[in-house]
Structures are given as structure tokens and as C-alpha cells.
Design a protein around this ligand. Structure first.
Ligand code: 13P
Length: 335
């Protein structure tokens, strides 16, 4: 697969006012979110939910690519049209989550390592044939008293790099997602320190594994204090800490950075992305957009509640959030 093709796909994903839609919750995560709002946790309800999302009128005005889960990439809408075809018809590139989840890292209490490299080459071929043109792999880094350890950071960085190489071999753009999670009471400064360390390790591993940086997208966390911290930084402070960290660690050849939301309230996730563009548009060498799941879907999920009569209103809520983030990508979001 030529570099130009990967570069083209990455360019399409990052174009204009668009971002990515992470609708790739695993069965377990999706069921957990359903349970919280009283939706039955069955395959049919998960299919109905994804049907609501992909059939949201106007979605393609703000979304360039949608990340699917293994179950979802094989599913179809009520009228029998595969979800993949509906996305393509709306100018949205289908993508696929290919990691198999983060499990406890043996010997390293409180830390995680992501699984899924076994058989990855064959799985990617299969997903490519189904229409996927990019993939996602999430690594989880936790901040705590004695963690993250250098070993956990390195192991996850190497695994991300191996995954990325497999993707490029198969003609899919790898979305490389090292998430420093918000759990804990750490400061914004601590998050900046750990995120910097993690990104250095990830780009070092990508280089050593001969990954073409022009044919990938980075999906990082924003630099934020932990959920349990009393710090309440302004959007301005978050923007500054985050972009400074990236300018030190992310090579200019990387075409795009697409944020995860990580549990931030929906409005804040838009406001912070907006602020980064307002303040730093003229110094950023890469594109900067969103690849949110909770921060765009949660309001819609709470409206839908599994009921057909709520579909239209839920779709409007979803479209509203993606439109807000589309505006934020242009530095034009206002509440
Ligand atoms: P959130 O935006 O909910 O953090 O999800 C993004 C994602 O894709 C996690 O892997």
C-alpha cells in the first residue's frame, strides 16, 4: 500500500470543519452506558442505537470518519442497508477499533496493557474488505502514587507501534491512542508531565518500528487535572498546557491530532478544542480535531432511552454536539 494512499486518507479524515465519531464502544462498555439510562442490554438494542447514529441527517457535514466496533461493522439498518454503506453514502469513511481491550498488566499493580496483536494482520485484511480504511487502538495509562512505571509506558508504546505497522501494511491509517486517563486526584501539571513522557515514548517506538508518520493520526487526551482534583483550570490554561506538550513531543510530519473526550462534560470538550484553535492556530503544524464518543453521544443516548418515539430528538442532540465541535475546529464555537 503506497504512502500516498494512507496520507490521502489521513488528509480526508482531517479535512475542513470535520472530526471523527467514536461509535466503537465494546459490547461491555455499550451495555454499561445502556444500563445507566435503563436501555435493555441486547444486540438488537445496540444495533438500533447505531442505526440512530448513522442515519442522523446531516452527520456527514461535521463527521469525516466513524470508528466502528466488530459487532457494528457487520450490522445493518432496519431496511437491510449495511451501516458501512450508509456511512460511505454520506461521505463518512468507516474505521474500526481493533484492540481487544486493556487488561491488568501482570506484575504491575494498577497498570494496564492492551491486547489484540495476535491474528491482527488477518483481521485487518478482513476489515479492509468490509470497507474500513482506518483503525484504532487504545492504550491506557493511569496516574497514581508510584505509577505510571517506565515499563508500562514502554510496553504500551511498543504495542501501539506494532499495531500501527500492521495497519499501514494492510492499507489502513492507524489511529494511535495513548490515553492518560482522568481517574485520580493529580494536578494538571502532573498530567502534562506524564503525557509528555508517554508521547515521547510512543513516537520513539513508532520511529523504531518504521511507521510512516505521514500516514497516521494521533488520538491523545487533553492535558487536564484528575477528576478528583480541586483544580478548575480555564479553557485557556488547558489549551496552553496541551498545545505546549504536543509542540514538544509530536513531530510536525504527523498530519492530524484528534482528541478523545475521556469523560469531560460535552460543552467543556468543545470549548477547550475551540480555545486551542483560537490561541494556537498559527503555530500548530498538524491538524487538530475531535474524535469524541461520550462528549457527542451521551446527551443523545439520554434522550433516546431505547424508545422509537425519541429517535428524532436524540438525532438532533447528536447533530448539535457534532456541529458544536465542527465549529470548535474552526475556532468559531460559542456555547
Ligand atoms: P471518549 O471520547 O468517550 O473518551 O471515547 C473516545 C474513545 O474512542 C475511547 O477509546
Amino acid at each position: 500500500m503506497s504512502t500516498t494512499t494512507l496520507k490521502d486518507i489521513a488528509g480526508q479524515l482531517m479535512r475542513d470543519n470535520k472530526g471523527l465519531l467514536a461509535m466503537d464502544e465494546s459490547t461491555h462498555t455499550c451495555n454499561k452506558r445502556f444500563e445507566e439510562v435503563g436501555i435493555p442490554q441486547t444486540e438488537e438494542y445496540r444495533r438500533k442505537y447505531r442505526d440512530l447514529i448513522v442515519n442522523t441527517p446531516g452527520l456527514g457535514r461535521y463527521i469525516s470518519g466513524a470508528i466502528l466496533f466488530d459487532e457494528t461493522i457487520k450490522q445493518s439498518a432496519d431496511d437491510g442497508t449495511p451501516f458501512v454503506n450508509i456511512l460511505q453514502r454520506n461521505g463518512i469513511i468507516p474505521g474500526i477499533k481493533v484492540d481487544e481491550g486493556a487488561i491488568p498488566m501482570v506484575g504491575f499493580p494498577g497498570e494496564k496493557i492492551t491486547e489484540g496483536l495476535d491474528g491482527l494482520g488477518d483481521r485487518l485484511k478482513n476489515y479492509y474488505n468490509r470497507g474500513a480504511r482506518f483503525a484504532k487502538w487504545r492504550a491506557v495509562i493511569t496516574i497514581g502514587a508510584e505509577i505510571p512505571s517506565a515499563t508500562c509506558i514502554k510496553a504500551n508504546a511498543y504495542t501501539l507501534a506494532r499495531y500501527a505497522m500492521f495497519c499501514q501494511e494492510a492499507g489502513l491509517v492507524p489511529i494511535v491512542e495513548p490515553e492518560v486517563i482522568m481517574d485520580g486526584g493529580h494536578s494538571l501539571e502532573k498530567c502534562a508531565e506524564v503525557t509528555t513522557e508517554v508521547l515521547h515514548a510512543v513516537f520513539n517506538a513508532l520511529y523504531q518500528h518504521r511507521v510512516d508518520l505521514e500516514g497516521m493520526i494521533l488520538k491523545p487526551n487533553m492535558v487536564l487535572p484528575g477528576e478528583g482534583s480541586a483544580e478548575k483550570p480555564s479553557a485557556n490554561q488547558v489549551a496552553e498546557a496541551t498545545i505546549k506538550c504536543f509542540l514538544r513531543t509530536v513531530p510536525a510530519t504527523v498530519p492530524g491530532i484528534a482528541f478523545l473526550s475521556g469523560g469531560q462534560p460535552a460543552e467543556l470538550a468543545s470549548e477547550r478544542l475551540n480555545q486551542m484553535h483560537v490561541q494556537f492556530d498559527n503555530v500548530m503544524p498538524w491538524g487538530l480535531t475531535f474524535s469524541y464518543s461520550r462528549a457527542v453521544q451521551q446527551p443523545a443516548l439520554e434522550i433516546w432511552k431505547g424508545k422509537d418515539e425519541n429517535i428524532l430528538e436524540a438525532q438532533q442532540a447528536l447533530l448539535h454536539r457534532v456541529a458544536c465541535n465542527g465549529a470548535a475546529k474552526l475556532g468559531k464555537y460559542n456555547h
